[in-house]
Write a protein that binds this ligand. Structure first.
Ligand code: PLP
Length: 375
């Protein structure tokens, strides 16, 4: 297969996304599968990632923001979509008109959604969010009954339908963390309160499991799983291995310039790397504006000419340098920053480890200048 001559591109293997969904579904038999495709499908492309996930068997999609859901709708995707970050001024009317399900954690937002639905002559589907211990979004347990009561009142009017009861883990990626059981206990309490208030029918989806929980906490799967990082094939709990997931993205760049320099040459801004011998340097056209974190300076590795090379000197906005020694490198030669590792290249996990971050940040930071190419 041939690719256009982009200076750099992120190649996304959509079959990996489909396979990862199939693997996740095996871990959660009987549950619905929501593929979380926020942040441009974790950098892999919102629409392409969403479509591939649905083809692979996902039954729903999830996004942080309404505008992401609307982009999926504009692309013709009709599957149920839930959006959960709803600051004031969000396009609730468009969300309701296009059947985007909405998370609510306050009676005020339930009311606003209900008013919007009333104006449109529709019923808005709402997932009530409980804060079971993450202490981020969601209604704390003492606010929960009032939230449920308000939603049930609006449901009685016909403007709102309670379609889900949900929460999110703080530490599902830390095996054995005591907060997991504590959160599940609070979630179960919240579910009982909601059921007593009448929000407990079998059509109401109860969900709390992110990727880490799907793969390590069978007791947390409930009626639906919400997986993001595992969908794109990256391990949610790296210390427990890759779970058989397949990384979907390979980030490549073509060498822009190769040149011979003498020993003692200070390389890139700040001269943080100095050649210790006469050597061949390669200029790679990706920089921190493209998501190659500046922190990768003298740290992260790439595959060039069949071998690993550490980034030599400061990562710049648009470029960085590698030191080839006496190995050949020509302009146009492809280097791989990360991929699934099958050609000896680093993985996104290795990049994350060497930069002290998580793979979520490595893939979502890849900038808009880098075309996503699908196969
Ligand atoms: C991002 C997100 C997910 C997916 O998390 P992963 O760890 O990537 O699987 C699930 N639920 C919510 C609310 C999220 O914000």
């Amino acid at each position: 297969m041939s690719f256009p001559m982009n200076p750099a591109e992120a190649r996304v293997d959509l079959s990996a996304i489909r396979d990862n969904i199939a693997l996740l579904k095996e871990h959660a038999p009987g549950a619905e599968t929501m593929a979380v495709v926020k942040a441009d499908g974790y950098g892999h492309g919102l629409v392409a990632c969403g479509r591939a996930a649905l083809e692979g068997g996902a039954t729903r999609l999830g996004t942080a923001y309404i505008r992401e859901a609307l982009e999926l709708r504009a692309a013709g995707i009709t599957a149920p979509i839930l959006s959960w970050i709803i600051p004031p001024g969000e396009p609730l009317d468009q969300a309701v008109a296009q059947d985007v399900e909405l998370s609510a954690a306050t009676p005020a937002l339930v009311d606003e959604i209900a008013r919007t639905a009333h104006r449109a002559g529709r019923t808005a589907r709402v997932h009530l969010k409980a804060d079971t211990g993450l202490t981020r979004g969601g209604a704390a347990l003492d606010e929960w009954p009032a939230l449920v009561d308000r939603a049930m009142a609006r449901q009685a009017e016909g403007t709102v339908e309670v379609a889900g009861l949900w929460s999110h883990f703080a530490c599902a990626d830390i095996p054995g963390h005591p907060s997991v059981d504590a959160q599940l206990a609070v979630f179960d309490e919240a579910l009982v309160i909601a059921e007593k208030a009448g929000a407990g029918g079998s059509h109401v989806l109860r969900h709390i499991a992110n990727s880490a929980a799907v793969l390590t906490l069978p007791q947390a799967r409930y009626d639906m799983i919400r997986a993001g990082i595992a969908v794109v094939g990256l391990s949610p709990v790296p210390e427990l291995g890759d779970f058989g997931l397949r990384p979907a993205m390979t980030l490549v760049a073509r060498t822009a310039l190769a040149k011979r320099v003498p020993a003692g040459s200070g390389v890139s801004y700040g001269h943080l790397y100095v050649t210790d011998r006469e050597t061949t340097l390669g200029l790679i056209p990706l920089g921190y504006a493209d998501g190659v974190l500046r922190h990768a300076t003298n740290r992260a590795e790439v595959l060039a000419g069949g071998r690993r090379r550490r980034i030599a000197g400061r990562v710049c906005m648009d470029q960085f340098v590698i030191d080839m020694g006496d190995d050949p490198l020509e302009e146009g030669d492809e280097v791989i920053l990360f991929g699934d590792g099958s050609q000896g290249e680093p993985t996104a996990q290795e990049w994350a480890d060497s930069l002290g971050t998580i793979t979520h940040e490595i893939v979502t930071r890849i900038g808009s200048r880098v075309p996503r190419v699908y196969r």
